[in-house]
Design a protein around this ligand. Structure first.
Ligand SMILES: [Zn+2]
Length: 89
């Protein structure tokens, strides 16, 4: 018995292999860090601290959530005083 939904799943990946991924920004974490998702195969990437794109693993999602929280609170604090940025290495 054939399952048509299974066949459908391989098409977006094939499309990406030929034309490349079509990433769109799904989340602005900080000014420099963003999360991306491919419209065709749903592959997720994020900006790493060195500016390169890396696979968005659960670990990076966690880091980005923390970064975003710090970024938001920093934006609020900046109005009052300067605040030194903690490093995540
Ligand atoms: Zn893709």
């Amino acid at each position: 018995m054939e399952n048509p939904t299974q066949k459908k799943g391989s098409l977006p990946k094939l499309y990406c292999n030929i034309f490349g991924h079509s990433y769109e920004v799904t989340k602005q974490v900080t000014h420099h860090v963003k999360e991306y998702k491919c419209k065709h195969c749903n592959r997720e990437l994020t900006t790493y601290s060195n500016g390169n794109l890396v696979e968005l693993t659960p670990k990076f999602k966690e880091i980005n959530t923390i970064l975003n929280r710090i970024h938001s609170s920093k934006q609020a604090r900046l109005k009052n005083r300067t605040y030194s940025e903690p490093s995540f290495h």
